[in-house]
Ligand binder design. Structure first.
Ligand SMILES: [Zn+2]
Length: 61
């Protein structure tokens, strides 16, 4: 499944979610404030099969 990026319209939090292509258009709940006012961002490398990831998504606290 590809990774989609979403931006929260309430607090402006930018987060990524691993979802199906069919569910990509569906709004994702913000992990920060829990708002559903999120929009999907256009990611550059959203499509692709496997491979290495540079940078990576670090887990915060
Ligand atoms: Zn939010």
């Amino acid at each position: 499944m590809p990774i989609y990026e979403y931006v929260c319209g309430t607090c402006g939090e930018l987060f990524s979610r691993l979802r199906k292509m069919s569910e990509a258009d569906a709004p994702a709940s913000c992990p920060k404030c829990g708002s559903n006012e999120t929009k999907r961002q256009i990611s550059a490398c959203a499509i692709g099969g496997g491979g290495g990831t540079s940078g990576g998504f670090g887990g915060g606290g």
